[in-house]
Design a protein around this ligand. Sequence first.
Ligand SMILES: NC(=O)c1ccc[n+]([C@@H]2O[C@H](COP(=O)([O-])OP(=O)(O)OC[C@H]3O[C@@H](n4cnc5c(N)ncnc54)[C@H](OP(=O)(O)O)[C@@H]3O)[C@@H](O)[C@H]2O)c1
Length: 245
Amino acid sequence: MDGHWIVLGASSAMARAFARRLAAAGCQITLTGRDTADLARTAADLTLRGAVDVAVLPLDLRAAPAALEPLLAHAAAGAGPVSVAVFAGSMPPQAAVERDPGLLSGLVADNFTGAAALLLAVAPTITARGGTVVGVSSVAGDRGRVGNYAYGAAKAGFQTFLSGYRNRMARAGVHVMTVKPGFVDTAMTWGLPGLFLVASPEDVARDIETGLKRRRNVLYTPWFWLLIMTIIRLVPERVFKRLSI
Ligand SMILES: NC(=O)c1ccc[n+]([C@@H]2O[C@H](COP(=O)([O-])OP(=O)(O)OC[C@H]3O[C@@H](n4cnc5c(N)ncnc54)[C@H](OP(=O)(O)O)[C@@H]3O)[C@@H](O)[C@H]2O)c1
């Protein structure tokens, strides 16, 4: 991990744990998100941990692509590799989306189209100067479930986008890694019932760094979610539609 890393959704505990690894590697880091006071505190911490230059840029992905201009100009400044790590996402309760379908557009912007717009716009800079892309999706994107199919559908869209984007960027030697965490102990899942095999944000960040070293294309974290999701994908639809998993 080197050069300039732009982190989307940098107030996420997973993003913070990953950014600490970037700092330890001596990277330049740009933290983006809506809560700039929180990001400023993280920036101070990352500077103490060895980051060479940490910037904070406000960014609401629901306002993309118009809101992307300052970030794109910032990414284009300087020389050397430019990398992007996408941790942004939101998971409103499925019941709330069923009551108010108007929530769907924000959900899709948070989990898919906001980051996708940034990745499309920054692609020429990355291909010209080199870099890496990490996109955090979710195991929820592997199959629609009754408990969170709106969120899962947005993640599935992001995964499919990343698959094609990887295909495009590989031609320029750029590595694009899709990350599919299972349950992780963060603000998003705090207090939710029925969680099991819950990983820590630090576990996920370590797996992402290892995955990048091994140039993995798709990373399930922790690894056993690959087995779990393989089984879940194999359940026939006539059975699956009766399950509440
Ligand atoms: N926790 C899990 O079990 C789990 C499992 C699988 C995948 N994931 C995915 O992992 C990623 C990190 O999630 P987390 O668990 O750490 O949740 P989190 O604490 O809620 O973090 C989500 C991050 O996304 C940002 N975000 C949301 N909407 C945004 C918008 N419109 N513009 C800019 N930033 C926005 C949030 O920023 P604000 O501070 O501005 O709200 C926050 O930094 C997400 O993509 C999530 O879907 C989580």
